[in-house]
Design a protein around this ligand. Structure first.
Ligand code: CMP
Length: 140
């Protein structure tokens, strides 16, 4: 079915000038970009977005990393885009991500406190609805 998902290009992607390369892969796959916005994520927004990770050892480093520079928030739409983008992104740990995936091709692990893996994609319909409401409240 046609779905919507929330994609984030994380600060490492922006710093490394990989926005175009990653957007190219999203568009080449045929997904539609309905909205796209570069911004500095506030602590409040990140606390909402990462609520499920609060208390985990990497939570502090994760919030620090995600607020270390601008991110690009993307509202994408397409047939099966939620699982489809997770597949394009590859495994969470870039050292285990398959070649051909965004993380497999473009990322490696260089920070021990938090995995820097270029992109985020919602992991379920429920997450997508929740995260779209956080990042694009006007798109409800
Ligand atoms: P993401 O799936 O977008 O959202 C949670 C993030 O936390 C994840 O990407 C990684 O950046 C980071 N992360 C998840 N698990 C770990 C872990 N075990 N150690 C360090 N960072 C992690």
């Amino acid at each position: 079915s046609t779905e919507r998902t929330l994609i984030l290009l994380k600060p490492d992607a922006v710093r490394r000038s990989l926005r175009g390369e990653i957007l190219r892969r999203i568009e080449a796959k045929g997904y539609s970009i309905l909205a796209l916005d570069q911004r500095e994520a506030t602590q409040e927004l990140l606390a909402q977005h990462y609520a499920e990770h609060e208390g985990k050892p990497f939570y502090g480093p994760l919030v620090d990393f995600m607020s270390s520079g601008p991110v690009v928030a993307i509202l994408a739409e397409g047939e099966g885009v939620i699982a489809g983008f997770r597949s394009l992104a590859g495994a969470t740990n870039p050292t285990q991500a398959a070649p051909g995936s965004i993380r497999g091709d473009l990322a490696r692990e260089w920070d021990t406190a938090v995995i820097q893996n270029l992109v985020h994609g919602s992991d379920s319909e429920e997450s997508a609805a929740r995260e779209i409401a956080i990042w694009f409240p006007e798109q409800g």
